[in-house]
Design a protein around this ligand. Sequence first.
Ligand SMILES: Nc1ncnc2c1ncn2[C@@H]1O[C@H](COP(=O)(O)OP(=O)(O)OP(=O)(O)O)[C@@H](O)[C@H]1O
Ligand SMILES: [Mg+2]
Length: 290
Amino acid sequence: MAKIYEALRRAEAERKQRAGGESGSTPALDWDPAPEQSEASAPRARWRPFAGRRRRQVEAATTEAYADMNRCRIALVQPDSYAAEQFRTLRTRIDSLASQRPLASIAVMSPNPGDGRTTAAVNLAAVTAMGVDRKIALVDCNLRSPRIASILGLEPRTGLAEILAGEASLEEAVIRVEDPGFDVIAVRQSPPNPSELIGSEAMRRFLEDVAQRYERVFIDTPAALGLPDARVMCELCDGILVVVRADQTPRDDVEMALDLVDRRRVLGAILNSESSPERSHAGNRGGRLR
Ligand SMILES: Nc1ncnc2c1ncn2[C@@H]1O[C@H](COP(=O)(O)OP(=O)(O)OP(=O)(O)O)[C@@H](O)[C@H]1O
Ligand SMILES: [Mg+2]
């Protein structure tokens, strides 16, 4: 794990250097002056420019939401990108570890919200499924703030909470993502009692079941610090991948998150970083198993 800290230190130094170098570049303001109006049109002029600005704000938010979705599924929308290539490298390393130990279920965890767990889980499932004849599943176990369905554009009729509550079967909840071909068990709606469901016997049975049916199952989890859910998930999985946001995750938080889990199950860390040798409109990030 010393390598993770060394990488974090380097990333922090690079970030500071970048921030210093870019201090003079303030983004341009989105200035929307009202067009000149004649006397006759004065009453309408009071709200029309506002309506135009509001519409553009909504359009910009929609465009940004779409771009964000694409960042989270980069391996699907830009399979030739540097980021997708990094995820393929991770896949190869995981496959190589799997030849030495049973590795059907892998929990993707991280200390804090926004570290990039969902991005890592979605892209790893996608690139792993690109192999020939591989049976891969992706499970959204972030019952509090599920995102996998929206990132993949799925509309689940039922999902994990219903399976755990005994209201649906695994078969009913599975959604197939064609091309590259993997199965998703998403969350339809956040339940009122996520911790109870995560810690239930039904969850243990569910994970055993998916691990038996699939060659590899990637499990997206909630942030590990502050909630018991991720720790429980990590105990139930064969392996754990720790996502570290290079420019964001404090070293102490990484330590605390690692203290919560059985370190022998930690396969490595994904250093999630915005910097990459090549950039594109969809954004790039690198992931490394250390
Ligand atoms: N390397 C990166 N470069 C740029 N943006 C990134 C990178 N990794 C993730 N993001 C963005 O950061 C946000 C959080 O990513 P993601 O949803 O994968 O994190 P998370 O750990 O699952 O968060 P949450 O705690 O909300 O579940 C998303 O908007 C995603 O597009
Ligand atoms: Mg997430």
